[in-house]
Write a protein that binds this ligand. Structure first.
Ligand SMILES: [Zn+2]
Length: 84
């Protein structure tokens, strides 16, 4: 894996559009399945999340600052998720 070029972040987005958590792409790699597996180890949980509309996106650090940081620091306008 070309780790030196991996500077973005995976973000985990609730059905309401809230960024629930993030991981550095350098830790996870560029494949969405791998990212989902890191966030959610159990396949039954991953299937349920996919069905419920959870999403995972790979974004740049600049985009992370705009979209993810407010959510991760509790300063966004999304509704609180009932479970993370
Ligand atoms: Zn939010």
């Amino acid at each position: 894996m070309a780790r030196t070029t991996l500077t973005g972040h995976w973000i985990r987005i609730t059905p309401a559009g809230h960024v629930a958590s993030s991981l550095p792409v350098a830790e996870v790699g560029v494949f969405q399945d791998d990212a989902h597996r890191h966030f959610t180890p159990l396949i039954d949980d991953r299937r349920r999340e996919a069905r419920d509309g959870w999403k995972h996106e790979l974004i740049s650090h600049d985009e992370w600052l705009q979209r993810a940081q407010p959510c991760l620091t509790g300063q966004c306008d999304h509704q609180e998720p009932t479970s993370a």
